[in-house]
Design a binder for this molecule. Structure first.
Ligand SMILES: Cc1cc2nc3c(=O)[nH]c(=O)nc-3n(C[C@H](O)[C@H](O)[C@H](O)COP(=O)(O)OP(=O)(O)OC[C@H]3O[C@@H](n4cnc5c(N)ncnc54)[C@H](O)[C@@H]3O)c2cc1C
Length: 423
Protein backbone atom coordinates (compact mmCIF):
# COMPACT_ATOMS: atom_id res chain seq x y z
CA UNK A 1 0.00 0.00 0.00
CA UNK A 2 1.31 3.48 -0.85
CA UNK A 3 1.89 5.86 2.05
CA UNK A 4 -0.42 8.80 2.58
CA UNK A 5 0.99 11.59 0.35
CA UNK A 6 0.29 14.53 2.69
CA UNK A 7 2.99 16.08 4.91
CA UNK A 8 2.29 17.87 8.19
CA UNK A 9 4.62 20.64 9.34
CA UNK A 10 4.29 21.61 13.00
CA UNK A 11 5.47 25.18 13.69
CA UNK A 12 5.48 28.21 11.39
CA UNK A 13 8.91 29.69 12.12
CA UNK A 14 11.70 29.89 9.56
CA UNK A 15 12.32 26.11 9.76
CA UNK A 16 8.63 25.20 9.36
CA UNK A 17 8.03 27.70 6.56
CA UNK A 18 11.09 26.37 4.73
CA UNK A 19 9.92 22.76 5.15
CA UNK A 20 6.44 23.66 3.86
CA UNK A 21 7.61 25.47 0.73
CA UNK A 22 10.18 22.80 -0.12
CA UNK A 23 7.53 20.04 0.11
CA UNK A 24 4.87 22.08 -1.71
CA UNK A 25 7.21 22.98 -4.57
CA UNK A 26 7.79 19.24 -5.04
CA UNK A 27 4.02 18.91 -5.52
CA UNK A 28 3.02 17.55 -2.09
CA UNK A 29 -0.05 18.52 -0.12
CA UNK A 30 1.12 20.21 3.10
CA UNK A 31 -0.63 21.21 6.30
CA UNK A 32 1.21 23.80 8.43
CA UNK A 33 -0.01 24.16 12.01
CA UNK A 34 1.11 27.17 14.04
CA UNK A 35 0.07 27.79 17.60
CA UNK A 36 0.34 31.57 17.26
CA UNK A 37 -2.05 33.76 15.24
CA UNK A 38 0.33 33.95 12.23
CA UNK A 39 3.53 32.51 10.80
CA UNK A 40 7.03 33.92 11.29
CA UNK A 41 8.32 32.53 14.59
CA UNK A 42 11.02 34.24 16.65
CA UNK A 43 12.92 35.59 13.66
CA UNK A 44 10.06 37.94 12.77
CA UNK A 45 10.84 39.86 15.96
CA UNK A 46 14.54 40.52 15.31
CA UNK A 47 16.21 43.79 14.43
CA UNK A 48 18.72 42.24 12.03
CA UNK A 49 20.21 38.84 11.18
CA UNK A 50 23.84 37.94 11.77
CA UNK A 51 26.13 37.39 9.98
CA UNK A 52 25.08 39.73 7.14
CA UNK A 53 23.07 42.12 9.35
CA UNK A 54 20.18 42.23 6.92
CA UNK A 55 16.58 42.71 8.12
CA UNK A 56 14.87 39.39 8.91
CA UNK A 57 11.98 40.31 6.62
CA UNK A 58 14.34 39.56 3.68
CA UNK A 59 14.38 35.80 4.16
CA UNK A 60 10.95 35.52 5.74
CA UNK A 61 8.99 37.52 3.18
CA UNK A 62 10.58 35.65 0.32
CA UNK A 63 9.57 32.32 1.82
CA UNK A 64 6.09 33.55 2.76
CA UNK A 65 5.58 34.67 -0.85
CA UNK A 66 6.61 31.20 -2.05
CA UNK A 67 4.18 29.72 0.43
CA UNK A 68 1.28 31.92 -0.70
CA UNK A 69 2.00 31.09 -4.36
CA UNK A 70 1.87 27.38 -3.66
CA UNK A 71 -1.60 25.94 -4.06
CA UNK A 72 -0.97 22.86 -1.96
CA UNK A 73 -0.26 24.38 1.46
CA UNK A 74 -2.99 24.83 4.06
CA UNK A 75 -2.09 27.03 7.03
CA UNK A 76 -3.87 26.37 10.34
CA UNK A 77 -3.11 29.20 12.76
CA UNK A 78 -3.85 29.04 16.51
CA UNK A 79 -3.51 25.29 16.13
CA UNK A 80 -1.41 22.65 17.92
CA UNK A 81 -1.22 18.91 17.46
CA UNK A 82 -2.39 17.12 20.59
CA UNK A 83 -1.41 13.61 19.56
CA UNK A 84 0.04 11.67 16.67
CA UNK A 85 -1.05 8.03 16.34
CA UNK A 86 -0.72 5.40 13.65
CA UNK A 87 2.23 3.93 11.84
CA UNK A 88 4.86 4.73 9.22
CA UNK A 89 3.20 6.29 6.19
CA UNK A 90 -0.26 6.46 7.78
CA UNK A 91 -0.42 8.82 10.74
CA UNK A 92 -3.52 10.15 12.41
CA UNK A 93 -3.01 13.60 13.95
CA UNK A 94 -5.42 15.21 16.37
CA UNK A 95 -5.31 19.00 16.07
CA UNK A 96 -6.69 21.47 18.59
CA UNK A 97 -7.61 24.92 17.22
CA UNK A 98 -8.35 27.94 19.38
CA UNK A 99 -10.93 30.31 17.91
CA UNK A 100 -9.79 33.51 16.26
CA UNK A 101 -13.25 35.03 16.85
CA UNK A 102 -12.80 36.91 13.55
CA UNK A 103 -13.96 35.21 10.37
CA UNK A 104 -12.77 35.40 6.77
CA UNK A 105 -15.35 38.15 6.13
CA UNK A 106 -12.99 40.59 7.90
CA UNK A 107 -11.78 43.35 5.55
CA UNK A 108 -9.18 44.68 7.99
CA UNK A 109 -10.91 48.10 8.25
CA UNK A 110 -9.92 48.38 11.94
CA UNK A 111 -13.26 49.79 13.17
CA UNK A 112 -13.29 47.06 15.86
CA UNK A 113 -9.93 48.19 17.29
CA UNK A 114 -11.13 51.80 17.59
CA UNK A 115 -14.03 50.83 19.87
CA UNK A 116 -12.25 48.11 21.89
CA UNK A 117 -11.94 49.33 25.52
CA UNK A 118 -9.52 46.62 26.72
CA UNK A 119 -5.74 46.30 26.54
CA UNK A 120 -3.49 43.28 26.58
CA UNK A 121 0.25 42.92 26.99
CA UNK A 122 1.76 42.33 23.53
CA UNK A 123 3.72 39.08 23.64
CA UNK A 124 5.22 39.90 20.21
CA UNK A 125 7.08 42.75 21.98
CA UNK A 126 7.78 40.55 25.04
CA UNK A 127 5.39 42.68 27.08
CA UNK A 128 7.08 46.03 26.29
CA UNK A 129 3.89 47.33 24.64
CA UNK A 130 0.18 46.64 24.64
CA UNK A 131 -2.50 46.13 22.01
CA UNK A 132 -6.27 46.23 22.22
CA UNK A 133 -7.97 42.92 23.02
CA UNK A 134 -8.78 42.73 19.30
CA UNK A 135 -5.66 43.26 17.23
CA UNK A 136 -3.97 42.55 13.91
CA UNK A 137 -0.95 40.21 13.93
CA UNK A 138 2.33 41.99 13.20
CA UNK A 139 3.90 42.11 9.74
CA UNK A 140 4.89 39.99 7.93
CA UNK A 141 1.62 38.29 8.90
CA UNK A 142 0.11 35.22 7.32
CA UNK A 143 -2.77 35.05 7.93
CA UNK A 144 -3.16 38.82 8.48
CA UNK A 145 -6.71 38.55 9.85
CA UNK A 146 -7.49 40.23 13.19
CA UNK A 147 -7.71 38.09 16.32
CA UNK A 148 -9.36 38.53 19.72
CA UNK A 149 -7.57 37.74 22.96
CA UNK A 150 -10.67 36.77 24.94
CA UNK A 151 -8.72 36.70 28.22
CA UNK A 152 -8.45 40.48 27.95
CA UNK A 153 -12.13 41.16 27.13
CA UNK A 154 -14.20 42.81 29.89
CA UNK A 155 -17.14 40.59 30.93
CA UNK A 156 -20.12 40.98 28.61
CA UNK A 157 -18.34 43.40 26.24
CA UNK A 158 -19.25 43.05 22.55
CA UNK A 159 -18.26 46.52 21.32
CA UNK A 160 -16.24 45.06 18.44
CA UNK A 161 -19.19 42.94 17.29
CA UNK A 162 -21.44 46.01 17.11
CA UNK A 163 -18.77 48.05 15.28
CA UNK A 164 -18.16 45.44 12.57
CA UNK A 165 -20.22 46.25 9.48
CA UNK A 166 -19.34 42.91 7.89
CA UNK A 167 -20.57 40.62 10.67
CA UNK A 168 -17.07 39.17 10.83
CA UNK A 169 -16.75 38.82 14.63
CA UNK A 170 -18.25 35.92 16.56
CA UNK A 171 -17.27 35.89 20.25
CA UNK A 172 -19.13 32.62 20.92
CA UNK A 173 -16.80 30.40 18.93
CA UNK A 174 -15.32 27.45 20.86
CA UNK A 175 -12.02 25.57 20.52
CA UNK A 176 -12.37 22.57 18.24
CA UNK A 177 -10.56 19.31 17.61
CA UNK A 178 -10.08 17.86 14.14
CA UNK A 179 -8.28 14.78 12.88
CA UNK A 180 -6.13 14.78 9.77
CA UNK A 181 -4.29 11.86 8.14
CA UNK A 182 -0.76 12.36 6.85
CA UNK A 183 2.18 10.26 5.68
CA UNK A 184 4.97 12.12 7.51
CA UNK A 185 5.48 14.94 10.00
CA UNK A 186 8.17 17.62 10.26
CA UNK A 187 8.32 18.97 13.82
CA UNK A 188 9.65 22.56 13.72
CA UNK A 189 8.36 23.88 17.02
CA UNK A 190 11.43 26.01 17.71
CA UNK A 191 12.44 27.65 20.95
CA UNK A 192 11.45 30.02 23.72
CA UNK A 193 13.76 32.34 25.69
CA UNK A 194 14.99 30.85 28.95
CA UNK A 195 12.96 32.30 31.83
CA UNK A 196 15.01 35.28 33.05
CA UNK A 197 12.83 35.39 36.15
CA UNK A 198 15.10 32.66 37.48
CA UNK A 199 18.16 34.95 37.27
CA UNK A 200 17.42 37.39 40.08
CA UNK A 201 21.13 37.49 41.08
CA UNK A 202 21.71 39.18 37.72
CA UNK A 203 19.03 41.75 38.43
CA UNK A 204 16.45 40.24 36.08
CA UNK A 205 12.97 41.35 37.02
CA UNK A 206 14.40 43.71 39.69
CA UNK A 207 16.22 46.33 37.64
CA UNK A 208 14.40 47.84 34.62
CA UNK A 209 17.70 48.43 32.83
CA UNK A 210 18.64 44.75 33.01
CA UNK A 211 17.00 43.34 29.89
CA UNK A 212 17.27 40.09 27.96
CA UNK A 213 18.69 39.60 24.48
CA UNK A 214 15.22 39.06 22.97
CA UNK A 215 14.04 42.38 24.42
CA UNK A 216 17.17 44.01 22.95
CA UNK A 217 16.11 42.67 19.54
CA UNK A 218 12.72 44.39 19.90
CA UNK A 219 14.38 47.67 20.95
CA UNK A 220 16.54 47.53 17.83
CA UNK A 221 13.73 46.48 15.48
CA UNK A 222 12.17 49.31 13.41
CA UNK A 223 8.75 47.78 14.20
CA UNK A 224 9.57 47.68 17.93
CA UNK A 225 8.43 49.92 20.80
CA UNK A 226 11.21 52.50 20.33
CA UNK A 227 11.15 52.50 16.53
CA UNK A 228 14.55 50.81 16.46
CA UNK A 229 16.38 53.05 18.96
CA UNK A 230 18.27 51.31 21.77
CA UNK A 231 17.07 53.24 24.83
CA UNK A 232 17.18 52.45 28.55
CA UNK A 233 13.74 51.31 29.71
CA UNK A 234 14.01 53.34 32.95
CA UNK A 235 14.43 56.81 31.39
CA UNK A 236 14.37 56.36 27.59
CA UNK A 237 17.95 57.65 27.32
CA UNK A 238 20.59 56.20 25.01
CA UNK A 239 23.05 54.18 27.16
CA UNK A 240 26.71 55.26 27.13
CA UNK A 241 28.04 52.04 28.69
CA UNK A 242 26.46 48.69 27.90
CA UNK A 243 27.33 45.24 29.31
CA UNK A 244 26.44 41.95 27.67
CA UNK A 245 26.37 39.03 30.10
CA UNK A 246 26.96 35.78 28.25
CA UNK A 247 25.76 32.35 29.39
CA UNK A 248 23.03 33.94 31.54
CA UNK A 249 21.43 30.71 32.68
CA UNK A 250 23.35 28.59 30.14
CA UNK A 251 26.10 25.97 30.56
CA UNK A 252 24.85 25.76 34.12
CA UNK A 253 23.32 22.62 35.63
CA UNK A 254 20.91 24.72 37.69
CA UNK A 255 19.46 26.24 34.52
CA UNK A 256 20.20 25.15 30.93
CA UNK A 257 23.07 22.67 30.98
CA UNK A 258 23.93 23.23 27.30
CA UNK A 259 25.33 26.05 25.15
CA UNK A 260 22.77 27.52 22.72
CA UNK A 261 25.54 28.24 20.23
CA UNK A 262 24.09 31.56 19.00
CA UNK A 263 24.05 33.84 22.06
CA UNK A 264 27.65 35.09 21.63
CA UNK A 265 26.92 35.98 18.00
CA UNK A 266 23.60 37.55 18.97
CA UNK A 267 25.41 39.77 21.52
CA UNK A 268 28.09 40.73 19.00
CA UNK A 269 25.33 41.63 16.57
CA UNK A 270 23.62 43.66 19.30
CA UNK A 271 26.94 45.41 20.02
CA UNK A 272 26.76 46.66 16.42
CA UNK A 273 23.26 48.03 17.12
CA UNK A 274 24.68 50.05 20.02
CA UNK A 275 27.74 51.16 18.10
CA UNK A 276 25.81 52.31 15.02
CA UNK A 277 23.59 54.51 17.21
CA UNK A 278 26.16 55.71 19.73
CA UNK A 279 29.69 55.91 18.25
CA UNK A 280 31.19 56.86 21.64
CA UNK A 281 29.56 54.10 23.71
CA UNK A 282 31.73 51.63 25.62
CA UNK A 283 30.65 48.00 25.35
CA UNK A 284 31.67 45.18 27.72
CA UNK A 285 31.18 41.52 26.82
CA UNK A 286 31.43 39.27 29.88
CA UNK A 287 31.89 35.65 28.82
CA UNK A 288 33.48 32.32 29.69
CA UNK A 289 34.69 32.19 26.09
CA UNK A 290 33.30 33.47 22.78
CA UNK A 291 31.66 30.76 20.69
CA UNK A 292 31.35 31.59 17.00
CA UNK A 293 31.22 28.31 15.09
CA UNK A 294 31.94 27.89 11.36
CA UNK A 295 31.75 30.90 9.04
CA UNK A 296 30.45 33.01 11.93
CA UNK A 297 34.06 33.31 13.14
CA UNK A 298 34.58 35.95 10.44
CA UNK A 299 31.67 37.93 11.91
CA UNK A 300 33.22 37.71 15.39
CA UNK A 301 36.63 38.81 14.09
CA UNK A 302 35.09 41.81 12.35
CA UNK A 303 33.05 43.00 15.35
CA UNK A 304 35.96 42.38 17.75
CA UNK A 305 38.06 44.95 15.84
CA UNK A 306 35.97 47.64 17.56
CA UNK A 307 38.38 49.31 20.04
CA UNK A 308 35.48 50.24 22.33
CA UNK A 309 34.32 46.62 22.63
CA UNK A 310 36.01 45.10 25.68
CA UNK A 311 35.88 41.33 26.08
CA UNK A 312 36.07 40.34 29.78
CA UNK A 313 36.62 36.62 30.34
CA UNK A 314 34.90 35.59 33.53
CA UNK A 315 31.55 34.65 34.97
CA UNK A 316 29.33 37.45 36.25
CA UNK A 317 28.57 36.83 39.91
CA UNK A 318 26.02 39.57 40.50
CA UNK A 319 24.53 42.81 39.26
CA UNK A 320 23.46 45.56 41.66
CA UNK A 321 22.75 49.28 41.51
CA UNK A 322 25.56 51.46 42.86
CA UNK A 323 25.37 54.80 44.70
CA UNK A 324 25.55 56.80 41.43
CA UNK A 325 22.50 54.99 40.09
CA UNK A 326 24.56 52.96 37.63
CA UNK A 327 24.41 49.19 37.35
CA UNK A 328 27.45 47.47 38.81
CA UNK A 329 28.45 44.24 37.06
CA UNK A 330 30.73 42.12 39.23
CA UNK A 331 32.69 39.24 37.78
CA UNK A 332 35.62 37.00 38.55
CA UNK A 333 38.43 37.26 36.00
CA UNK A 334 38.87 33.77 34.50
CA UNK A 335 42.66 34.09 34.22
CA UNK A 336 43.70 35.92 37.39
CA UNK A 337 40.80 34.92 39.67
CA UNK A 338 40.57 38.58 40.71
CA UNK A 339 37.21 40.26 41.23
CA UNK A 340 36.42 42.90 38.60
CA UNK A 341 33.55 45.35 38.29
CA UNK A 342 32.17 47.71 35.65
CA UNK A 343 29.59 50.45 36.09
CA UNK A 344 27.19 50.54 33.15
CA UNK A 345 23.86 52.05 32.06
CA UNK A 346 22.29 49.01 30.45
CA UNK A 347 22.81 45.26 30.92
CA UNK A 348 21.77 42.70 28.33
CA UNK A 349 21.45 39.15 29.62
CA UNK A 350 22.28 36.66 26.88
CA UNK A 351 19.74 34.04 27.86
CA UNK A 352 19.70 30.77 25.95
CA UNK A 353 17.18 29.04 23.70
CA UNK A 354 15.00 26.45 25.40
CA UNK A 355 13.00 24.12 23.13
CA UNK A 356 9.28 24.94 22.89
CA UNK A 357 8.52 21.34 23.80
CA UNK A 358 10.48 21.55 27.07
CA UNK A 359 8.50 20.31 29.99
CA UNK A 360 8.76 21.73 33.46
CA UNK A 361 9.06 18.20 34.87
CA UNK A 362 12.50 16.88 34.05
CA UNK A 363 12.29 13.83 31.81
CA UNK A 364 8.53 14.05 31.36
CA UNK A 365 7.21 13.27 27.89
CA UNK A 366 6.61 16.03 25.36
CA UNK A 367 3.38 17.95 25.08
CA UNK A 368 2.64 16.39 21.69
CA UNK A 369 1.66 12.80 22.45
CA UNK A 370 3.64 10.64 20.02
CA UNK A 371 6.67 12.95 19.73
CA UNK A 372 9.45 11.90 22.10
CA UNK A 373 11.74 14.55 23.58
CA UNK A 374 14.94 14.31 25.61
CA UNK A 375 15.32 15.69 29.12
CA UNK A 376 15.95 19.20 27.81
CA UNK A 377 12.88 19.08 25.53
CA UNK A 378 14.64 18.63 22.16
CA UNK A 379 12.94 16.12 19.83
CA UNK A 380 14.68 12.73 19.94
CA UNK A 381 16.09 11.28 16.74
CA UNK A 382 14.12 7.99 17.00
CA UNK A 383 10.92 9.40 15.41
CA UNK A 384 12.16 8.54 11.89
CA UNK A 385 10.86 4.96 12.32
CA UNK A 386 7.37 6.45 12.37
CA UNK A 387 7.99 9.17 9.78
CA UNK A 388 8.41 11.99 12.29
CA UNK A 389 11.42 14.28 11.67
CA UNK A 390 12.60 17.29 13.67
CA UNK A 391 14.01 20.48 12.16
CA UNK A 392 15.49 23.75 13.44
CA UNK A 393 15.55 24.56 17.14
CA UNK A 394 13.07 21.76 17.92
CA UNK A 395 16.00 19.40 17.23
CA UNK A 396 18.92 21.45 18.59
CA UNK A 397 19.77 25.11 19.24
CA UNK A 398 20.88 26.43 15.85
CA UNK A 399 21.13 29.67 13.88
CA UNK A 400 18.87 30.53 10.96
CA UNK A 401 21.19 29.20 8.25
CA UNK A 402 21.42 25.83 10.02
CA UNK A 403 17.66 25.80 10.71
CA UNK A 404 16.97 26.26 7.00
CA UNK A 405 19.39 23.48 6.01
CA UNK A 406 17.91 21.26 8.68
CA UNK A 407 14.39 21.91 7.44
CA UNK A 408 15.36 21.03 3.88
CA UNK A 409 16.95 17.78 5.09
CA UNK A 410 13.91 16.87 7.20
CA UNK A 411 11.61 17.59 4.24
CA UNK A 412 13.65 15.30 2.00
CA UNK A 413 13.29 12.52 4.55
CA UNK A 414 9.55 13.19 4.84
CA UNK A 415 9.23 13.01 1.03
CA UNK A 416 11.18 9.73 0.99
CA UNK A 417 8.76 8.39 3.60
CA UNK A 418 5.59 9.30 1.73
CA UNK A 419 7.12 8.00 -1.50
CA UNK A 420 7.51 4.44 -0.30
CA UNK A 421 5.21 1.47 -0.04
CA UNK A 422 4.40 0.84 3.61
CA UNK A 423 2.60 -2.49 3.72
C1 LIG B 1 18.64 36.85 20.99
C2 LIG B 1 18.76 35.97 19.79
C3 LIG B 1 19.13 36.54 18.56
C4 LIG B 1 19.29 35.71 17.46
N1 LIG B 1 19.73 36.29 16.30
C5 LIG B 1 19.99 35.49 15.23
C6 LIG B 1 20.59 36.05 14.05
O1 LIG B 1 20.83 37.25 13.97
N2 LIG B 1 20.89 35.21 13.03
C7 LIG B 1 20.65 33.87 13.08
O2 LIG B 1 20.99 33.15 12.14
N3 LIG B 1 20.07 33.31 14.19
C8 LIG B 1 19.73 34.09 15.25
N4 LIG B 1 19.16 33.54 16.37
C9 LIG B 1 18.69 32.13 16.31
C10 LIG B 1 17.29 32.05 15.62
O3 LIG B 1 16.36 32.68 16.47
C11 LIG B 1 16.86 30.60 15.38
O4 LIG B 1 17.82 29.99 14.54
C12 LIG B 1 15.51 30.52 14.66
O5 LIG B 1 14.50 31.18 15.37
C13 LIG B 1 15.11 29.04 14.49
O6 LIG B 1 13.87 28.98 13.83
P1 LIG B 1 12.81 27.83 14.15
O7 LIG B 1 11.83 27.86 13.04
O8 LIG B 1 13.51 26.54 14.43
O9 LIG B 1 12.12 28.25 15.53
P2 LIG B 1 11.15 29.47 15.91
O10 LIG B 1 11.59 30.72 15.31
O11 LIG B 1 11.04 29.40 17.40
O12 LIG B 1 9.73 29.07 15.29
C14 LIG B 1 8.98 27.99 15.83
C15 LIG B 1 7.49 28.21 15.56
O13 LIG B 1 6.76 27.06 16.04
C16 LIG B 1 5.60 27.49 16.77
N5 LIG B 1 5.24 26.43 17.73
C17 LIG B 1 5.88 26.13 18.91
N6 LIG B 1 5.27 25.07 19.50
C18 LIG B 1 4.25 24.71 18.69
C19 LIG B 1 3.26 23.69 18.76
N7 LIG B 1 3.23 22.81 19.77
N8 LIG B 1 2.35 23.60 17.76
C20 LIG B 1 2.36 24.49 16.73
N9 LIG B 1 3.28 25.48 16.61
C21 LIG B 1 4.22 25.58 17.57
C22 LIG B 1 6.03 28.79 17.42
O14 LIG B 1 4.91 29.60 17.74
C23 LIG B 1 6.92 29.41 16.31
O15 LIG B 1 6.16 30.19 15.40
C24 LIG B 1 19.01 34.32 17.53
C25 LIG B 1 18.62 33.76 18.75
C26 LIG B 1 18.52 34.57 19.88
C27 LIG B 1 18.19 33.95 21.21
Amino acid sequence: MAANQTILVVGGGIAGITAAVEAAEMGYEVHVVERGPSLGGRVARFGQYFPKLCPPACGLELNLRRLVRSRTVRVHALTEPVRIDGELGDLEVTLRTRPRFVTEDCTGCGACVEVCPAERSDDFDYGLTTTRAIYAPREPALPATYVVDRRACPPGCAACVSACRYGAIDLDLEPRETIIRVGAVVVATGWQPYDAGRLAHLGAGLEPDVITNVVMERLAAPSGPTGGRVLRPSDSRAPARVAFVQCAGSRDRNHLAYCSGVCCLASLKQATYVRSQAPEAEIFLFCIDVRAPGRNEDFFAEVARDARLHVRRGLVARITRDGDGRLRVEAEDAETGRKTAEAVDLVVLATGMQPSLASSDEGASSRIHGVAVDREGFVRAGGAAKGIFAAGCARAPVDVAAAVQDATAATLRAIQTVGRRVR
